[in-house]
Ligand binder design. Structure first.
Ligand SMILES: Nc1ncnc2c1ncn2[C@@H]1O[C@H](COP(=O)(O)OP(=O)(O)OP(=O)(O)O)[C@@H](O)[C@H]1O
Ligand SMILES: [Mg+2]
Length: 255
């Protein structure tokens, strides 16, 4: 289980996370939504230990990653896969080496085992005969799938996805949503998914949470989100520029 308790994180004067709590139970998919810049990526990075919060506790399977020693953190990080917002593939490595990268650094598998595992993971994400291609020669959807293959290759118990469908066409977004559901079903992984894509959120989520001004201001099932009268959630879901979250000065002063 991942348990986040009362996390605070700021950059200089700017508070980003102000007491965030989250509990991800086994085999569940949690979706986090919220406006751009609200701190969703920062939150995921604190869960995986890439950013240290100023205060609060993050336990993964009972170990507090904000306090543990480096070797324990490495062990814990093996359990938590992270699919970066920009896929974060290594440009100079081909698809095979990108997927094999985690296996080489986190496991003691032989070359043959690595080859088998890479092929299996690429097949799971629906990619064939692309092992030799470099990231520059892949579409956005292919890059996302390679990034997911790289993450599942070392069999994490938890996967954190940062905007896995952003920038993809609606069909490819749905393919990625189905993939997230399949990974939950067949690998029994628990996931936290940050997304702006409400169609995907409704499809994959056991619970949807909304982050606003450093806190989770709403948490509910997809059905509860659809029926909520929380005006912040409604504005976000409806994608309206008018509502309590107005941030942009609409006074145009040209010339
Ligand atoms: N290393 C950093 N130093 C200072 N400020 C940072 C740093 N990283 C992020 N921030 C700020 O923290 C805020 C939250 O950033 P974050 O990337 O988590 O947003 P987000 O909710 O993921 O947005 P988006 O939906 O656009 O990806 C932003 O205002 C950003 O400028
Ligand atoms: Mg982000």
């Amino acid at each position: 289980m991942i348990r986040v308790e009362n996390i605070y994180k700021s950059f200089g004067e700017k508070s980003i996370l102000c007491g965030v709590n989250l509990e991800v139970c086994s085999g569940q998919t949690f979706v986090i939504v919220g406006s751009s810049g609200v701190g969703k990526s920062i939150f995921l990075k604190t869960i995986v230990g890439l950013i240290k919060p100023e205060s609060g506790i993050i336990t993964i399977d009972g170990i507090d990653i904000t306090k543990c020693i480096v070797s324990d953190l490495r062990k814990i990080q093996k359990k938590v896969g992270y699919v970066f917002q920009e896929s974060a593939l290594f440009d100079s490595l081909n698809v095979f080496e990108n997927v094999a990268f985690g296996l080489r650094s986190l496991t003691n598998l032989s070359e043959e085992e690595i080859k088998n595992r890479v092929t299996k993971c690429l097949t799971m994400v629906g990619l064939k005969n692309v092992e030799h291609l470099k990231p520059a020669n892949l579409s956005g959807g292919m890059k996302k799938r390679v990034a997911i293959a790289r993450t599942i290759s070392y069999k994490p118990n938890y996967i954190l996805y940062d905007e896995p469908t952003t920038g993809l066409d609606p069909i490819m977004s749905d393919v990625i949503s189905d993939l997230i559901i399949s990974l939950k079903k067949y690998l029994n992984v628990s996931s936290v998914v940050v997304t702006h894509d409400m169609k995907s959120a409704y499809k994959i989520a056991d619970r949807i949470m909304m982050l606003y001004e450093g806190r989770i201001i709403f948490s509910g099932t997809p059905e509860e989100v659809k029926n909520t009268d929380n005006e912040y959630v409604r504005q976000f879901v409806e994608g309206s520029s008018r509502g309590p979250m107005q941030q942009i000065d609409r006074t145009f002063k040209m010339g």
